[in-house]
Design a protein around this ligand. Structure first.
Ligand code: NAP
Length: 479
């Protein structure tokens, strides 16, 4: 089935370098699908190593005429304004290729705009610094230089949001970028580049390729002009990129997978925890790196909590993201459904109980599901399920609950619900996660640094720290 997606923001569906879209008529094409219907909505050309090199070379030429901080500030403001102006058109494309509800897609564009607004506030911090002391009788200056070409690789779950985090930091730092979105969701990026093309940026300052991910990634990790490889995606691919980039000493910023625990202690405000879980868990159909993957509940409130969660989950409206009132869309593809199905089957085979949902609903849809009696050896407790499954374990012993929460190689996000502030402080300090919500299920915000501990990554996005990922410090003693 073919149902081409039309939009003024989607022209010839090409890559972008040297300041213009670059037709590749003879390149093999790949289909882009609407996951809700399975329809082919576009066919885009696939790029490989040659196009990646052209795009990096284009960025390297732009680096020769660096933008000063005032010019970067104008670019950041223009991108923020353009995202907000075209929010609805971009959100429609995003929902059609990703599946998430339209309101979420709109929220993603606003979230993305926030990274450009925030990055602009850090430009003053990049001014050269003269040390107050005069060691060795010399005047010492420290300059914040653009690190070089930035290669930005992004996943399909937030095609605009995840790119915004990287692009805003790179632009604030003065680094030209080469962007590689997921082949599952290239259209929102192409549409965004249509907007960027209209902003009069210097040629080569932003570039776009998509297609053969391993070939493109290999160029990013080996081309001498690329100094920062910023990647968001799975831990497996992050590990591969780290190995490829290591011999060339590229700076790496890796935002990888999570396995977020959500702890509800017996003294928690249960209604608040239920509300927070529903918002946190079902964003993008449960396909986010920060969503609760393991829910641990004190046995004193477990029955009440499970009943309340199940009632709310049964009421979630599942459907096409463009339809009014839909809260949960499809998963990204059949592979996503297969993984979620396997996790549920494995959990049931090992003794978990399905309270609601649990059976694939056809196509790329999986119903919002609640499991209880989840134990540590089940797959859903050890791997990201990346789907709409709430996996609940009840605990009699708070100490055991905290230990179980931290017993993972991952360390991205965690959540703690208790009315006892001192306990919250103690527990947060024992959780080796880069983001720990206390009495909130909130994920990251543009103003604060965000990133993982352990195998969830290295580096931070958002805030001044997200800009510094793209900066090299140059120290200049003056005699
Ligand atoms: P993925 O398979 O690792 O893909 C991510 C990106 O890497 C895509 O653009 C993909 O391209 C590309 N890629 C794949 N193989 C590559 C290679 N050999 N060299 C270079 N690039 C390569 O991850 P995903 O399934 O799209 O995303 C889900 C994962 O991202 C989850 O684990 C989630 O937790 C994580 N995530 C983390 C964060 C965070 O902030 N920490 C945020 C969002 C998502 P193609 O798609 O074209 O193959």
């Amino acid at each position: 089935m073919t149902a081409p997606l039309t939009s003024p923001l989607l022209g010839a569906l090409d890559g972008y370098w040297d300041g213009r879209f670059q037709p590749r008529p003879s390149a093999p094409r790949i289909d882009v699908h609407d996951p809700a219907t399975g329809a082919v909505i576009a066919r885009v050309p696939t790029h490989g190593a040659d196009e990646a090199r052209l795009a990096v070379d284009s960025a390297a030429r732009a680096l020769a005429s660096p933008l000063d901080r005032a010019a970067r500030g104008r670019v950041l403001a223009a991108i923020e304004a353009s995202l907000l102006e075209h929010r609805d058109a971009l959100a429609t494309i995003l929902t059609t290729e990703n599946g998430k509800p339209l309101a979420e897609a709109r929220g993603e564009i606003e979230y993305a705009a926030g990274f450009f607004r925030d990055a602009a506030t850090h430009l003053d911090a990049l001014a050269p610094v003269t040390l107050a002391a005069r060691p060795r009788g010399l005047t010492w200056q420290v300059h914040h230089r653009p690190a070089g070409v930035a290669a930005l690789i992004t996943p399909w779950n937030f095609p605009i949001g995840m790119l915004a985090k990287k692009l805003a930091g790179a632009i604030a730092a003065g680094c030209p970028s080469v962007v590689k979105p997921s082949e599952l969701t290239p259209l929102s990026c192409i549409a965004w580049f249509t907007l960027l093309d209209g902003l009069g940026l210097p040629p080569g300052f932003v570039n776009l390729v998509f297609g053969d991910a391993p070939a493109i990634g290999a160029v990013f990790c080996s081309h001498p002009a690329v100094r920062v490889v910023s990647f968001t995606g799975s831990t497996a691919v992050g590990r591969l990129l780290a190995a490829q980039a290591a011999p060339n000493f590229k700076r790496l910023s890796l935002e990888l997978g999570g396995n977020a625990p959500f702890l509800v202690f017996d003294d928690a405000d249960v209604d608040l925890a239920v509300d927070a879980l529903l918002t946190n868990k079902f964003r993008c159909g449960g396909q986010t790196c920060v969503c609760a993957n393991r829910v641990y509940v004190g046995s004193g409130v477990a029955d009440r909590f499970v009943d309340a969660v199940a009632a709310r989950v049964r009421a979630l409206v599942v459907g096409h993201g463009l339809d009014e009132g839909v809260a949960v869309g499809p998963l990204i593809d059949h592979k996503g459904v297969a993984k979620v199905t396997d996790h549920v089957r494995d959990a049931v085979a090992r003794g978990a109980r399905i309270v609601t949902g649990g059976v694939p609903a056809g196509g790329a849809f999986f119903p919002p599901t609640v499991l209880t009696g989840v134990t540590s050896e089940m797959r859903c407790a050890n791997e990201e399920t990346f789907g709409p499954v709430v996996a609940i374990t009840a605990f009699d012993d708070e100490e055991a609950m905290v230990e179980a929460a931290d017993a993972t190689p991952y360390g991205l996000a965690a959540y703690v619900f208790t009315r006892d502030a001192a306990k919250a402080e103690r527990v947060v300090a024992r959780l080796h996660f880069g983001h720990v919500g206390v009495n909130t299920g909130s994920g990251p915000t543009p103003e604060a640094p965000f990133g993982g501990f352990r195998t969830s990554g290295v580096g931070r996005e958002g805030g001044l720290e997200g800009v510094l990922e793209f900066i090299e410090l140059q120290t200049v003693p003056h005699g």
